[in-house]
Design a protein around this ligand. Structure first.
Ligand code: PAF
Length: 277
């Protein structure tokens, strides 16, 4: 695996790749690589792309400086697991590589906005679209791989590629789940042992209520779930909502719908979604 941490070296290698007509598959990440990221890399490798993983903790998508500063970092371990999983190139740009001058934050996707995480983290998706677009311009991938755990992000980037007619194949990849049924997330490295116990109980409650919803779809089941979570000590809940997969509109039934959840266990934000059909 090549490891490059500055743009000049990266550009040199990229021009060789382009000369050799390599097809590039991009897996953009913010590091603390887990099984979810690795599944994206494995998919890219399986499709025979020259697979590039980027690790860049993007400052413009954080609306809270403390959250940005505390975002988990695990570079040595990341390098090891990416090597073990046959990543072709790991690019670790610095802030100046990505944002050499004052950046125009992209606000050109209006779909899937003002709901879910966009309502709770204003500006977050503008920062995500901005950095992903900059990575596309630097790396010129033929394909890009996103995980369904961050479903709203995935919908927004997919739409961004379509609206701008970018010649990039978009792969949406299923969530990879831990033994407790929740999707992997880099943020869970910040859990204390007590947080982990609450997390497991939360997961049990979510799945119990999903089983009830599956038998008899009734929005009161969600209210009941939220009530049970507050009894567990979950104080900050951003949303528990059932929405349609295609347009992210609120659903009145479980057809083509998912339960979207976002809440905090102490300082750690949990987001996930669960297919209901
Ligand atoms: O999902 C993430 O890790 C980030 O939002 C992304 C897509 C790498 C952009 O910084």
């Amino acid at each position: 695996m090549k490891i490059l941490n500055n743009l000049n070296d990266f550009n040199q290698i990229l021009s060789e790749l382009l000369k050799n007509r390599e097809k590039i598959g991009l897996v953009p990440t913010m590091g603390s690589i887990h099984e979810g990221h690795l599944s994206l890399l494995k998919k890219s490798k399986k499709l025979n792309y020259y697979s590039i993983v980027t690790i860049f903790v993007n400052p413009t998508q954080f609306n809270d400086l403390e959250d940005y500063n505390n975002y988990p970092k695990n570079e040595d371990r990341d390098i090891k697991v990416l090597k073990d999983n046959k990543c072709d190139l790991l690019f670790l740009p610095n802030v100046k590589d990505i944002y050499p001058e004052k950046v125009e934050i992209n606000k050109n996707i209006d779909d899937f906005r003002d709901i879910l995480c966009d309502r709770c983290r204003p500006g977050h998706f503008d920062g995500v679209v901005t950095v992903v677009d900059l990575l596309f311009k630097l790396i010129k991938p033929n394909a890009v791989f996103f995980g369904e755990k961050d479903f709203q992000q995935l919908k927004i980037i997919e739409r961004y590629i379509k609206n701008n007619n970018l010649p990039i194949l978009f792969y949406s990849c299923s969530s990879i789940r831990m033994s407790n049924g929740m999707s992997y997330s880099s943020r869970y490295n910040q859990f204390t042992n007590d947080d982990k116990k609450i997390f497991d109980k939360t997961s049990q409650l979510i799945y119990q209520h999903i089983r009830i919803l599956n038998k008899n779809f009734n929005p009161k089941v969600i209210d009941n779930l939220v009530g049970e979570l507050s009894k567990l000590g979950i104080k900050k809940i951003d949303y528990f909502e059932v929405r349609e997969e295609s347009n992210l509109k609120i659903s009145k039934n479980k057809n083509n719908s998912r339960l979207f959840v976002a809440f905090y266990i102490n300082k750690v934000r949990v987001i996930d979604n669960f297919i209901l059909y």
